[in-house]
Design a protein around this ligand. Structure first.
Ligand code: ADP
Length: 377
């Protein structure tokens, strides 16, 4: 046979291909002056509409009047048409229908209608637009404040040395804040770009924790918060990208120090866990929530990094949203960018690890990150 397709075989093959297409396809027929009917619907169409399609009036499948009208019009004039519409239900979906005329059969006009589900594309588009709007808004606030002070310095405060000093201080703060925001945004986009490529380096977490703790010392001394680090038995190296893991530890420790009152203590602990279940086990009382969890891998051990603070804690309703970009618990003036935990989550995801938060109001917070142990040797 050599793979040749006879013309009878071609018809059957075409039918099979139609059936297998992931997009719903229907064939519409109608005589002038009569309501159009569906002559055929492929498997995807039958799954979407969940009705017997062959022989059914077109309105059974496509209920929206504007869609029906457009298709009826295309059928009666034998022209093509493209129309977007929404279906409502538990989950609203966005569709685009492409109708193209075929040769008439037995005096009946024919139209093939292909439906494309644009829901995911719309959702991604909306997320992108929301993100841009949020990022612009976050930048605009310090920018407006800077512009305001420039104006004041040029006019009212022109000859007031004391006010000038004060305003310049605030301006420097706002500029730093904008720079941090831009750095975090760039960082996040760089991490996302290679999130699908797992890191291959080996990182000694105990050392890395110590390095971060040493680097943050000037800040902790200024805030009178102490940092205690400890590593349990069996804590080995993890598979990772050291620079990115430094960012994770830094962001978590920065938050812990920021929210712990003067005189308080932040603890950074490393523990070995022999399985995913062990890594995910609760470490304290209070509400715990997993913000990210990897796929289970047989026999994979983990190193769990816990950052434990004595701050005000986080109320239960905020926990699920903590790692969203720009999310901040209302009423808390963090002075941060709201991107710290989003960065943590994306780095840990790239490392095929997990992230968990445990907290109770008034009883501090514990953020735990677990990362796959590197193979020995
Ligand atoms: P930010 O730069 O605002 O700190 P993050 O993404 O790091 O952004 O944190 C998001 C929000 O989560 C913070 O604004 C704060 O409201 C809350 N949060 C994070 N860590 C803690 C913590 N250790 N204790 C209490 N609240 C926290």
């Amino acid at each position: 046979m050599g793979g040749a397709i006879t013309s009878a075989g071609a018809g059957a093959a075409a039918q099979m291909i139609l059936e297998l297409l992931p997009e719903p396809v229907i064939l519409v027929r109608g005589r002038d002056g009569e309501a159009p009917e569906i002559a055929y619907g492929n498997q995807a169409a039958r799954e979407v509409f969940r009705v017997e399609l062959a022989g059914a009036p077109l309105g059974v499948a496509l209920r929206r009047p504007e869609v029906l009208e457009a298709i009826e019009e295309a059928l009666s004039t034998s022209t093509g048409v493209e129309v977007a519409f929404e279906t409502i239900g538990v989950q609203p979906r966005y569709w685009r229908a492409f109708a193209r005329p075929l040769e008439p059969v037995d005096g009946q006009r024919q139209l093939v209608v292909v439906l494309r589900d644009e829901t995911d594309a719309r959702r991604t588009e909306r997320m992108r637009a929301d993100f841009l709007a949020n990022a612009s808004h976050e930048l605009r606030t310090p920018l407006a404040s800077l512009a305001g002070f420039v104006e004041t310095l040029r006019t009212h405060a022109k000859d007031d040395a004391q006010a000038r000093e004060k305003f310049l201080g605030i301006m420097a703060q706002q500029a730093t804040r904008m720079a941090r925001l831009v750095d975090d945004l760039l960082s996040l986009s760089r991490i996302e770009l290679n999130e699908h490529i797992a890191p291959s380096g080996k990182v000694d977490l105990a050392r890395t924790v110590q390095d971060v703790a040493d680097a943050i010392r000037p800040l902790t001394e200024e805030r009178k918060v102490s940092i205690a680090t400890r590593a349990g038995p069996g804590v080995g190296s993890v598979t990772g990208d050291r620079d990115q893991l430094v960012q994770v530890i830094q962001n978590l420790v920065d938050n812990a120090v920021k929210y712990t009152p003067p005189g308080g203590r932040v603890e950074v602990a490393l523990e070995a866990a022999s399985s995913l279940e062990a890594a995910r086990a609760p470490s304290r009382q209070g509400v715990g929530l997993s913000l990210l969890s990897p796929d289970a891998a047989d026999g994979q051990g983990y190193v769990v990094l816990r950052v434990i603070d004595q701050g005000p804690g986080i109320a239960r309703q905020h926990l699920p949203r903590l790692s969203e970009r720009f999310y901040r618990v209302e009423g808390q003036k963090s002075g941060g960018t709201g991107l710290g935990l989003a960065i943590v989550k994306h780095v840990v995801n790239r490392h095929r690890g997990g992230l968990m938060v445990e907290s109770a109001e008034g009883e501090g917070a514990t953020f735990s990150v677990y990362l796959p142990l590197a193979a020995a040797g």
